[in-house]
Design a protein around this ligand. Structure first.
Ligand code: AMP
Length: 122
């Protein structure tokens, strides 16, 4: 499936829709999630047309992959989350309930974050 450049994060990258930005460099943009699930809930997106983690790791150039992941770590330190701890999460595809088809890494911090996943039912 082709990248849909009308998705909301593509529009944020183009400056067509505002976002509460916390960091930007040549590889990545980070901004507050509009519906926070933790006291700190930040999204980091790569500057490139990649639908998800799967697309990004298969097709993005090495410099962008490295720059993007360095930006994720930088943002976590910048907001003071590295000391007490944080969780990163990226949803790919239907089973993971990915809503926006542009790769985004969630950074959650600011409270004990509980178990990784809802326990499985037998
Ligand atoms: P996912 O389910 O991993 O695709 O998560 C999509 C995330 O994008 C959700 O946490 C939404 O709250 C968030 N979101 C959707 N629209 C916006 C927006 N305009 N600005 C910031 N976050 C958004």
């Amino acid at each position: 499936m082709a990248y849909d450049d009308t998705n909301i994060f593509a529009r944020i990258l183009r400056g067509e829709i505002p976002a509460k930005s916390v960091y930007e460099d040549e590889y990545a943009l980070a901004f507050h999630d509009i519906n926070p699930q933790a006291p700190q809930h930040i999204l980091v997106i790569p500057k490139g047309p990649y639908q998800s983690m799967d697309d990004f790791t298969a097709h993005a150039p090495d410099a962008l992959i490295a720059g993007f992941f360095k930006a994720v770590g930088h943002v976590a330190r910048q907001v003071g989350a590295a000391e007490r701890g944080y969780r990163i999460l990226a949803n790919h595809g239907a089973d993971a309930h990915q809503e926006v088809p542009h790769l985004h890494i969630h950074i959650f911090a600011g409270r004990p974050l509980g178990p990784m996943l809802t326990p499985m039912k037998d």
